[in-house]
Ligand binder design. Sequence first.
Ligand SMILES: *[C@@H]1O[C@H](CO)[C@@H](O)[C@H](O)[C@H]1NC(C)=O
Ligand SMILES: *[C@@H]1O[C@H](CO)[C@@H](O)[C@H](O)[C@H]1NC(C)=O
Length: 513
Amino acid sequence: MWRCPQRLLLLLLLAAEWALGARRGRGRRELAPALHLRGIRDAGGRYCQERDLCCRGRDDHCALPYLGATCYCDLFCNRTVSDCCPDFWDFCLGVPPPFPPSQGCTHGGRIYPILGTYWDNCNRCTCQQNGQWECDQEPCLVDQDMINAINQGNYGWRAGNHSAFWGMTLDEGIRYRLGTLRPSPSVTSMNEIHTVLVPGEVLPTAFKASEKWPNLIHEPLDQGNCAGSWAFSTAAVASDRVSIHSLGHMAPVLSPQNLLSCDKHNQRGCRGGHLDGAWWFLRRRGVVSDHCYPFSGREKTETGPAPPCMMHSRATGRGKRQATARCPNHHVHANDIYQVTPAYRLGSSETEIMKELMENGPVQALMEVHEDFFLYQGGIYSHTPVSLGRPERYRRHGTHSVKITGWGEESLPDGRTLKYWTAANSWGPDWGEKGHFRIVRGANECDIESFVLGVWGRVGMEEWLTTEAVATVPGQPAEEPPVAWGPRPSRLPVDGAAPDTGRCRGPNPRGFR
Ligand SMILES: *[C@@H]1O[C@H](CO)[C@@H](O)[C@H](O)[C@H]1NC(C)=O
Ligand SMILES: *[C@@H]1O[C@H](CO)[C@@H](O)[C@H](O)[C@H]1NC(C)=O
């Protein structure tokens, strides 16, 4: 009679399942132990309120997920054995909840359990047994007290919260956002090349490289949490100078990653490096464009080995080189190698730096970065004394390098004139004045005038350039005779370097005229 017993069995099974399921729904709720007997773990949580849910009588659908279980916002939950959401009494009945206030700590209108945590900027706060929060006490990179003190102190610049720095400690800022190692004494004593100002020569009161060389001055990049400013400032200055000296025939953004990954001699990649070594590499090995060899980025939490060198080259005669590897970015085919001539150190005088900048392009400058510099958002920077009264660990500094691109002056309300340099940093376009900053000029503020380098791009015109004795970097292997390089008839290598003055200039902004 039944031709398909399997089908009947299936129907019966489904019916049984359904009946059982319906009963189990009710049973499950009644049999489950009350939530508040198991301990309300989120006593401050808003559940019924967030969904605007309050139901009369019994309504098993008037339910919300609650920390891996279910809580209800209907009247039926208000039994001796209760499974109400924690805010049911308060929100639906308007009465205080019938359970004792739970052990925990409150923060931002929420109750956290014992050992619960939240982040207060760069510090982790943990809920203690006694119901009190206990927070780490690390100085943070973005420090609201310091921001307020700077902005109220009339120091000539504005401080603010750079969102990429929020949540970092000051120590992490010094360790991951700078990354230039101080040159050894043999390098700092390297000959300076002095520019002679013709008697009566007057330099303009303002200068912008991007106005003199439109489209040849490149925008600042972002080193992220890679302590590789040595590679970023070198690539930035080389990019501009190769573009300027080739009269715009080439205008590459040169690759900091090529330096970070491949310039290994005494360099530490994203853990810092030397400027003289970077220039040596650019001269002898050369680098490709940033497009060809893009920045791989690095987060402060990352450990493990640095990425291997992905670009190689071979000599093609006359000191020039050709890539023997394809671009790490496989969408780019142009793997031309760009090189420079030996870098030269400028005299530490303001006018010599200005003349060099105006004639040959942006220069590279070493700089001592202090805790307040991270907060810079605009104006003319000078190191402020706002942290002087605080413990030592709030007053930190480290060595950085940047690209100086121009200068100017600003009249102050009190009639004085404040002279400044304009420089490009490598903290991205959102920091400071579109990635740039202005800093007091003529006072060696933060050491910015103490170690300034220029270089001449190798732009395929060596044939008509003169060979000249130049200041080379001591300690670097001399494997080839000096290559011919730029026409610098007004320069003479002179013995002796300016004394290294050490730190930022202290509390008072100098550079006033
Ligand atoms: C809910 O439960 C509380 C505590 O058991 C009781 O005082 C209150 O009368 C109940 N409310 C309703 C509406 O049943
Ligand atoms: C700073 O910026 C971050 C990220 O934009 C933000 O989350 C934080 O609340 C800001 N801090 C202050 C004090 O404004």
